[in-house]
Design a protein around this ligand. Structure first.
Ligand SMILES: NC(=O)c1ccc[n+]([C@@H]2O[C@H](COP(=O)([O-])OP(=O)(O)OC[C@H]3O[C@@H](n4cnc5c(N)ncnc54)[C@H](O)[C@@H]3O)[C@@H](O)[C@H]2O)c1
Length: 328
């Protein structure tokens, strides 16, 4: 077996999307996660030309990581295991969040060095930018000062910067990709992500014929997961990297009401509205402020990647996907 890609967090939202994209082009993927690959994904992946090797374990454990590298020769690693903590988990389990998101990342880096991996790519998050002043320009890797608010964003920034520093010190080829707010196929409740996207709830409501009641439309860089997967593959594949930090978003600011309108084009009976005073919302955005788009020209220049899914393409694809794979 040659040239396998190790994906940590492979049973999560982004991990499954990247695994599917790699298998679809015939690659070998070593899928590592504390949970097994979900059954419907495993069935779908079995029909793809690539080879899937699944290993269960914890990214904080050197022994578990050693077992992964023993399972197949790995030359590239996408590190996507994470805890996406909301306020309740921050209050009760801060140590585990920091241990997984920061120390887990460092354990993966150690394993990459020990096994002479050629490239490590690690998703970071738009959350590192925090809340910038109203009317701020698009988020830029160089000029926008990170101001994470919650522990999730704080740990993502710590992991991104620690990995970049240590990769430089050790001469490991590394890129962090700050993802926008991701939505689309394979999103599900892993028990470790407290902030499921409003797009998922809206898509489910459109499929079930129910109304969607939004807490707020929330503007930001909402990016389709298939575009995230192709951008991450671009960073894994690029022969050389111009930088070790890239934004990976749609490049445009959209809001959840715009996505609902796109869903309604494909499901004309679908209705949505902003919750009235005292009304319980059924579609919740966890970000209580608007954000600008992310600049993605650095990634475009480095890899030739471009986002392919506008809101209408994304709505059509997501409806088809979740009709075939009902959200759990
Ligand atoms: N989903 C988004 O909107 C979004 C936005 C920005 C950045 N990201 C980044 O994308 C990456 C993937 O996030 P996601 O949305 O797919 O999350 P997810 O919760 O869907 O998946 C995370 C996976 O990591 C696994 N995991 C957690 N702790 C582990 C451990 N100790 N050992 C082994 N596996 C463990 C979980 O079982 C899960 O399958 C993360 O780096 C995240 O910060 C996601």
């Amino acid at each position: 077996m040659a040239d396998a890609t190790l994906v940590t967090g492979a049973s999560g939202f982004v991990g499954l999307a990247v695994t599917e994209a790699l298998l679809a082009r015939g690659d070998t993927v070593v899928a590592f996660d504390r949970s097994p690959v979900p059954d419907d994904a495993a069935r779908r992946f079995a029909r793809l030309p690539g080879r899937l090797v699944s290993v269960q374990g914890d990214v904080r454990s050197d022994a578990d990581l050693a077992a992964v590298f023993a399972a197949a020769p790995v030359s590239r690693v996408l590190h996507a295991a994470v805890i996406t903590a909301g306020p309740e988990r921050e209050k009760t389990d801060a140590e585990t969040i920091v241990a997984v998101n920061v120390l887990g990342a460092l354990a993966v880096l150690r394993a990459c060095l020990a096994h002479r991996v050629a490239r490590l790519v690690s998703p970071s998050s738009v959350a590192v930018y925090g809340q910038q002043p109203e009317g701020s320009p698009p988020f830029d890797e160089e000029t926008t000062c990170p101001k994470p608010i919650m522990l999730y964003g704080i740990t993502k920034l710590a992991a991104e910067q620690s990995l970049a520093r240590l990769a430089r010190v050790h001469g490991l080829s590394f890129a962090a990709a700050r993802l926008g707010s991701v939505f689309g196929p394979w999103e599900r409740d892993t028990g470790l992500r407290d902030t499921l996207s409003p797009h998922l709830a809206a898509t489910v409501a459109a499929l079930r014929g129910g109304d969607a009641v939004l807490n707020r439309p929330t503007r930001g860089d909402h990016v389709y997961v298939r575009d995230v997967a192709s951008g991450l593959l671009g960073l894994l594949d690029a022969p050389a990297l111009s930088h070790d930090l890239f934004n990976l978003g749609s490049g445009v600011a959209t809001d959840v009401a715009m996505f609902c309108a796109a869903l309604a084009r494909h499901r004309p009976a679908f209705r949505w509205r902003i919750a009235a005073e005292g009304e319980a919302p059924s579609v919740v955005t966890h970000v209580p402020f608007d954000r600008p788009a992310m600049r993605v020209d650095r990634l475009v220049a480095a890899t030739g990647w471009r986002p392919r899914y506008g809101l209408h393409e994304a709505a059509a694809d997501a409806l088809a996907f979740f009709e075939a794979h009902p959200a759990s």
